[in-house]
Design a protein around this ligand. Structure first.
Ligand code: F6P
Length: 538
């Protein structure tokens, strides 16, 4: 404990020192800065040299990781110990993407052969749908998949499909998550039930939104195809009995396990729709890329470990420099949904204020994450990133090469990501602006007014993650990178990254309020809620 407290103090001290330093000056002061703060891992290139830490800051952060026992906790995770203590569960998403022949065990129970059997079943189903061997009730091949799920049962599949979908797919995926009926109405628009497969994904198979959407989709199938429409239903769940009770035939229920957290589940049968839409080979390549990142995370020394270094960069900002918000900007339209995916991964995992021992957390935990695709974000929120009163660190993601789109456009995209990172760090001094304005003949009084407005403070940190190409392997590695960095942060903050009690209260209250909105007896609420229920009651 004393060692950990000392490591936190050292991080604080290092962070205080950086407050008087400009990031760009560190490159002169630290000749090995680029070598130390950039690295390649699983086909990704990370540049953390534009972060606000000095070499001493990085050392302090590494000492903190050591004192918090990151290596030991990593070993416990991969050994299948019950690291999710509040639910007494192992957390073994790496088992889902491990190469054949792996030997993972969850709380001592071997799981790898079951995982391989599950993967084989997914593959057989995906191949069958794509070849037409598995067809609709009227014999028509499936041309569309409606994927139903929310949170972890939605964000990963949506991201993967948007990132990797062919331009003219043999089988098109549509998604619906929200209990706002507008979403399923739009998702079903133009679909022919006779060639639509409905995949309902829910770890619990009790989630209000997913059950409502699954019922609506089933009714839609039955309205067109009669009872035979049920043959178009597939379920993915860690509660297969509930899926069968819903009416999905046992052979169409793909199971996964309680040791797969919802936001870590894309690697399981939760990815079935993507396997159908992309074809098994590409889905397997996605798993392989993640497995490559797992191997790196397990083997690389802390100082050269991509998830560890990314976690430490974020933690240096969050704790050392008290920055509660981070932006994520993928300069790849196909990765547009990555910020939304990370919002659940990071904020549901680490948005905690109490330790597994039930004590208040001693440190600030997860930052709020927001973002959008670059360059679009540049025309929306980048003004605040460059000149706002808060310093908001940014993760930039870029793809070096692509075959998509007209020649020349990709260089423009890359020029923008590099320009933004440079502008954030270097800024533009008032003297420089003054000289330019004066050079244009502006009157001194006008220069006095305008120059401060056109000055960029700079010294705003960013990380760059570069994919050589947006392949299934690299996408798998990118997601696994962030999964592991989220885990490392949770270990250092001393919280359980794998439960989510904070989502329960609202769900319970919604059930009560729904009964009231539908005419049930009024219940006790605060005056504002009571008045709103009264206004909205039917
Ligand atoms: O939002 C809370 C949550 O429990 C997430 O953790 C989960 O990914 C999502 O709901 C969906 O849950 P399920 O897969 O059980 O429907």
């Amino acid at each position: 404990m004393a060692e950990l407290a000392a490591a936190w103090s050292r991080l604080d001290a290092a962070a205080r020192e950086t407050e008087a330093i400009r990031i760009q000056d560190c490159f002169t002061a630290e000749p090995d800065r680029l070598a130390r703060m950039t690295l390649d891992a699983a086909g990704l290139f990370l540049d953390l040299s534009k972060q606000a830490w000095t070499a001493a800051g990085l050392d302090a952060a590494l000492s903190l990781a050591a004192a918090a026992g990151v290596e030991a906790q990593r070993a416990r995770l991969f050994a299948g110990e019950a690291v999710n203590t509040s639910e007494d569960r192992a957390v073994l998403h790496p088992a889902l993407r491990a190469p054949r022949g792996a030997a993972f065990a969850a709380k001592g129970q071997p799981v790898s052969s079951e995982v391989e059997a599950g993967r084989a079943a997914m593959r057989a189903f995906a191949d069958g749908v794509r070849s037409g061997a598995i067809a609709g009730a009227a014999g028509k091949p499936f041309r569309k998949v409606l994927h139903i799920g929310i949170g972890g049962s939605d964000l990963g599949p949506r991201l993967v499909w948007e990132a990797l979908r062919p331009l003219d797919p043999q089988i098109e995926l549509r998604f619906t998550a929200n209990v706002d009926g507008a979403e399923i109405a739009a998702a079903l628009e133009g679909l022919d039930p006779a060639e639509t497969l409905v995949v309902a994904v829910s770890k619990t198979f009790t989630t209000l939104e997913t059950m409502a959407n699954a019922e609506a989709a089933r009714a839609w199938l039955r309205a067109a195809l009669g009872e035979a429409g049920d043959a178009h239903l597939v379920a993915v769940s860690a509660n297969p009995q509930a899926a069968q009770a819903f009416g999905v035939p046992a052979e169409r229920v793909f199971a996964f396990w309680d040791w797969v957290g919802g936001r870590y589940s894309i690697w399981s049968a939760v990815g079935l729709s993507c396997a159908v839409g992309l074809g098994w080979e590409r889905f397997q390549a996605f798993l392989d890329g993640a497995a490559e990142m797992d191997a790196h995370f397990v083997a690389a020394p802390m100082a050269r470990n991509a998830p560890v270094l990314l976690a430490l960069a974020h933690l240096f900002n969050r704790n050392g420099l008290s920055r509660p918000i981070r932006a994520v900007v993928p300069y790849a339209q196909r990765l547009r949904l990555f910020p939304a995916f990370l919002q659940q991964l990071e904020m549901e995992s680490n948005g905690k204020r109490v330790t597994p021992q039930g004590l208040p957390s001693m440190h600030h935990t997860a930052a709020s994450v927001f973002g959008d695709a670059g360059t679009n974000g540049q025309h929306a929120f980048f003004q605040l990133l460059h000149q706002g009163t808060d310093v908001i660190p940014v993760d930039l993601v870029a793809v070096a090469e692509t075959d998509e789109g007209p020649a020349g456009m990709h260089a423009k995209l890359l020029a923008n990501v590099l320009a933004q990172a440079e502008a954030l760090m270097v800024g533009r001094t008032e003297d420089d602006v003054r000289a330019e304005l004066a050079g244009k003949g502006m009157a001194p009084a006008a220069v006095d007014v305008l120059a401060p407005q056109r000055t960029f403070p700079g010294n705003r940190p960013s990380s760059l993650i570069l994919l050589d190409r947006l392949t299934p392997e690299r996408l798998g590695a990118l997601i696994a990178l962030y999964e592991h960095k989220t885990f490392v942060e949770g270990v250092i903050w001393g919280i359980n990254s794998f439960d989510q009690w904070g989502v329960e209260l609202g769900k319970t209250l919604a059930v009560r309020i729904l009964a009231e909105l539908e005419g049930g007896a009024p219940l006790a609420h605060d005056p504002s809620t009571t008045a709103l229920i009264e206004r909205l009651r039917r």
